[in-house]
Design a protein around this ligand. Structure first.
Ligand code: HEC
Length: 107
């Protein structure tokens, strides 16, 4: 009986350790998404600083389009100052994660 115990504990501990890792990845994901919600998640898709401007809806676009747009902001090919600042801080992996979250894959 006592010899089974360590093995049983290991089996019990393993899923918890894995869940912990996944939790961290999820919260990193949520932090990135939170950066975008402020502008892209508001009703009517308008924001009001420094003046009222229209914010395009990104949810439901194709992931490839979202990544291409973010890269274009980062490269300076698209020139909106808020989006350039944000895209500059994103890695390719971030862009792919965000696109996967917001985008709807082509069928
Ligand atoms: C400060 C407000 C603001 C924040 C925060 C913001 N955006 Fe934007 N975003 C805009 C505006 C305004 C535009 C339209 C810019 C233009 O006309 O080029 C835009 C455009 C875009 C576009 C292009 C959409 C299209 O239809 O061409 C994408 C993709 C995008 N944002 C993704 C993101 C993602 C992903 C985040 C979070 C990491 C984010 N944005 C955070 C304001 C914001």
């Amino acid at each position: 009986m006592l010899r089974i115990l360590p093995a049983a504990l290991l089996v019990l501990a393993l899923p918890a350790a894995l869940a912990q890792q996944k939790g961290d990845a999820d919260s990193a994901h949520r932090n990135k998404i939170a950066m975008c919600i402020g502008c892209h998640g508001i009703p009517g898709y308008k924001t009001a600083f420094p003046s009222v401007y229209h914010v395009p809806k990104i949810a439901g676009q194709q992931p490839g389009y979202i990544v291409a747009a973010l890269k274009a902001y980062k490269a300076g090919e698209r020139s909106h100052p808020s989006m350039r600042g944000i895209a500059a801080s994103l890695s390719e992996q971030d862009m792919a994660d965000l696109a996967a979250y917001y985008g709807v894959p082509a069928k």
